[in-house]
Design a protein around this ligand. Structure first.
Ligand code: FE
Ligand code: FE
Ligand code: ZN
Length: 276
């Protein structure tokens, strides 16, 4: 079963996101848990959630892949920024339990000159403070392009974070095809090799979701500019191999391509037509 959808606007609530996803031909989606630039989250509406859960069940949705605000930096140098990150993640995880059993994806952070080792330690410190024994949400570390001082540009950096977290069973990885390509992993010519390396360092059982994006830039560019499916340097055929790969084919695939709903609907239809 192909689980695919796009990153959608959460401004009208869960039911609206579910309906728009169905219109686009999707059966999973991603959304920001709050304004991507940060700030207070809107109150959850219990009836909206109830109606959404019914729609989700009726239409056999795959797991949702919520996205933390990208301003949240768990390894910021300033303590007040780390306090904000901790409070945001704790609050998001509490809210995620109203739609149990889904994924919460976040960018590990930027070490802003403190070095990768300090960065991974600070990220793990916050995860150790917010992960709860009784949560049903799995927290996903996103593979990053390595722009600036981003932590998570290699499988080794992600592994180092996981190794420092006590409740590591609550953690997984979200692989972003644009980011790993920009980070230097050649998923075009050597997808098997990249996944073998992922398995050796992180274990493929950690891989829970895929952000399916083409890239505007070359392998190893460390840029992070997403492109529409088939219009970038990764190309349609390589992305078709990604959705069909035995290690990936049952994961939720989320499009974060520069599109509107019409564009996403076309991409979803195209990828469905190439899923074997
Ligand atoms: Fe992301
Ligand atoms: Fe992404
Ligand atoms: Zn990106």
């Amino acid at each position: 079963m192909l689980y695919i959808g796009n990153h959608t606007s959460s401004s009208k609530g869960y039911l609206a996101m579910g309906r728009q996803t169905l219109k686009n031909g999707g059966n999973t989606f991603a959304f920001f848990t709050r304004n991507p630039r940060g700030g207070k989250a809107k109150d959850l509406n219990p009836s909206d959630i109830q109606e959404f859960l019914a729609l989700e069940a009726d239409n056999n949705f795959g797991r949702l892949v919520a996205h933390a605000p990208y301003t949240m930096n768990c390894c910021a140098a300033k303590e007040d920024l780390r306090d904000f990150a901790r409070e945001t993640m704790a609050d998001d995880l509490r809210r995620m339990e109203f739609t149990p059993g889904n994924y919460y994806n976040f960018h590990p952070g930027s070490h802003v000159g403190q070095g990768v080792e300090t960065g991974t330690a600070k990220i793990a410190e916050i995860l150790n403070q917010v992960l709860r024994e009784d949560q049903t949400t799995t927290v996903l570390l996103e593979t990053m392009a390595g722009k600036g001082s981003e932590v998570g540009r290699s499988f080794e950096e992600l592994k180092s974070i996981i190794d420092q977290v006590e409740r590591e069973e609550k953690l997984g990885i979200c692989l972003d095809t644009c980011h790993v390509w920009d980070a230097g992993y050649d998923i075009v010519n050597n997808l098997d090799g990249v996944l073998a390396e992922f398995d050796r360092i992180l274990g493929l059982d950690r891989l829970k979701a895929v952000h399916l994006n083409d890239s505007m830039n070359d392998l190893g560019s460390h840029k992070d500019r997403h492109e529409k499916i088939g219009m970038g340097k990764i190309g349609l055929e390589a992305l078709v191999r990604v959705i069909n790969h035995p290690a990936l084919r049952n994961l939720p695939f989320i499009l974060e391509t520069p599109n509107d709903d019409e564009g996403w609907a076309k991409e979803i239809a195209l990828l469905r037509s190439r899923y074997q």
